[in-house]
Design a protein. Structure first.
Length: 507
């Protein structure tokens, strides 16, 4: 937008939901943007969440009304902008009188229903459980309310795609190793983590959206003390064979005042989480402990007829929440709100750092962050993201799109059609192109994954490794054997050698 070629207006460090959100918003306002991510998009916290678009019922107990109101208001905007990767989810809350009294839950749900405008989602109500429910026979009463579900990793990738469509440069496998403030610009050194090659780029504003690395980035790249610290809190999930009978999720209260979700997951599974454990290691290396697995299984086993054992755990993952360090006692009580630090000592060359946040509030956070940046770019545009549809999200109704795709490609297996709609929405047409039979989809790797989709992910979604494809662009990893993974990785490598298909690094 401004100035000489080669100098960016904004460089964003971090390809999680907040970094890509800011890159998209800023690019849409006409700024020249580059985003660097040291690994794959969403490879850290943003693919390891509970995947809920929610106000956070339990935050009401901590009087976080501002956060809950803002998050509730965001739910419907997000659901409208990306209906392929997000959808409404109904939660059932079994009532245990000795934990929270019914009046308290009713009051909380009343607030939850009314704190923000709600058009798409039905309100809460009392429910009676019967033998059709998977709960133990003694559990007969409870409540129901609405929130939303999101494929967190795909949210990040599609936000990055939208940013790229608007002119942003997205560099994955590119680490910011040095950032030095000059009189007019930042000089930023980027290193390709595959080849080790470095290059220097210049920018008028720098954004630190490094999530759990936000504080350490100050020391590692700028030789500076961070203006504030974050509190790293690990949360883990287990995936088990389907416990939910239908499309409803469960929210289970525990004796320690925590809650645990049991969410229908990927056709055949349930996702159970999460925990809250203070964490000090490398955020990229967080894994579930035996205690966390036992904790999650014990809560499920308290409520559900089916009794889980460690053998039921098909997959687990852990993420590190980069929370604002408000020195609250327990990890679960630390605020999930966000804040910014803007450092611009010379009245220009600003550094904006993001602390905290939630998936649910990423659009609002990105808008507010870009507003702060735009103080330094007076000719930049105004707010635009509230109704911005993400790639593939230009439709209203899943069954309708599924039927239309099935009509156009009658030979497609039903499971594959429904997965394509949930991953790519209307971009499924682009992915399938002129294919006329299953053979046209090329090599079958595993589950419902064929060569044509893999090629699409490499070309259009920055996928490089089997892990990118099996765990972040899709969840086909749930069905993959070790041999499947090796075969896919070998195929990807051979293609990269053959065609240099890796997303190009700009010269
Ligand atoms: C267990 C758990 C459950 C959660 N559940 C929910 C939920 O249900 N709903 C909800 O709304 N929120 C939820 N959250 C919160 C939400 O996931 C996070 O707030 C959000 O993902 C943080 O995104 P981020 O972009 O700030 O960080 P990240 O996703 O961690 O992104 C930061 C990125 O910066 C990159 N990076 C770091 N240093 C460098 C460098 N030097 N150069 C280049 N790149 C760098 C990292 O590789 C990383 O990808 C949950 C979080 C956890 C951990």
């Amino acid at each position: 937008m401004t100035g000489e070629a080669g100098t960016y207006d904004v460089i964003v460090v971090g390809g999680g939901v907040n970094g890509t959100g800011i890159a998209m918003d800023a690019a849409g306002r006409g700024l020249k943007v580059l985003l660097c991510e040291m690994n794959d998009l969403a490879s850290a916290t943003s693919s390891r969440s509970s995947k809920l678009i929610h106000g956070g019922l339990r935050y009401l107990e901590h009087y976080e009304f501002r956060l809950v109101r803002q998050a509730l208001a965001e739910r419907e905007a997000l659901l409208a902008n990306a209906p392929h990767i997000m959808w409404p989810l109904r939660f059932r809350l079994p009532h245990q009188p000795h934990l929270r009294p019914a009046w308290m839950i009713r009051a909380g749900l009343f607030l939850y229903d009314h704190l923000a405008k709600r058009e798409r989602l039905p309100g809460s109500r009392s429910v009676t459980f019967t033998s059709d429910d998977p709960l133990k026979p003694g559990i007969t009463r409870g409540f129901e309310y609405s929130d939303g579900w999101v494929d967190d990793a795909r949210l990040v990738v599609l936000t990055a795609r939208k940013a790229e469509d608007l002119g942003a440069t997205i560099l994955t496998r590119t680490r910011c190793v040095r950032a030095e403030r000059g009189s007019d610009t930042w000089q930023v050194t980027l290193q390709d983590t595959c080849t080790g090659d470095s290059r220097v780029v210049h920018t008028r504003a720098l954004v630190n959206a490094a999530g759990p690395w936000v504080s350490s980035l100050f020391g590692s790249t700028m030789d500076q003390q961070p203006p504030r610290m974050i509190r790293m809190v690990k949360g883990s999930h287990i995936v088990v064979p389907r416990l939910n009978r239908d499309s409803e999720a469960y929210i289970l209260q525990n004796e320690d005042e925590r809650i645990v979700f049991v969410i229908p997951y990927e056709d055949h599974f349930s996702l159970v989480g999460t925990t809250d454990v203070d964490y000090e290691g490398n955020p990229a290396e967080a894994t579930i402990s035996d205690e966390e697995t036992d904790y999650l299984m014990a809560i499920v086993n308290h409520y559900f007829r089916h009794q889980l054992t460690p053998e039921d755990v098909v997959w687990s993952y852990s993420g590190v929440r980069p929370l604002m360090d408000d020195e609250e006692g327990s990890a679960q009580k630390a605020s999930r709100d966000y804040s910014f630090e803007v450092d611009a000592p010379d009245g220009k060359t600003p550094l904006l750092s993001v602390f905290g946040g939630k998936l649910t509030t990423f659009r609002k956070l990105s808008e507010a962050a870009t507003d702060r940046l735009c103080q330094f770019f007076p000719s930049a545009g105004g707010h635009w993201t509230r109704t911005a549809v993400l790639p593939g999200g230009d439709f209203d109704d899943h069954p309708q799109l599924q039927a239309a795709l099935q009509k156009r490609y009658p030979w497609l297996p039903e499971l594959l059609v429904s997965r394509l709609v949930r991953c790519y929405g209307t971009d499924s047409y682009r992915l399938l192109g002129a294919s006329e039979s299953l053979d046209d989809l090329g090599q079958h790797f595993l589950g419902t994954l064929y060569q044509r989709e893999v090629q699409y992910l490499v070309r259009h979604e920055w996928a490089v490794t089997a892990e990118d494809i099996l765990w972040r662009r899709t969840k086909q990893g749930l069905y993959a054997t070790r041999r499947d993974v090796e075969t896919l990785d070998r195929w990807l490598q051979s293609q990269q050698e053959l065609t240099g298909l890796r997303h190009a690094t700009p010269g």
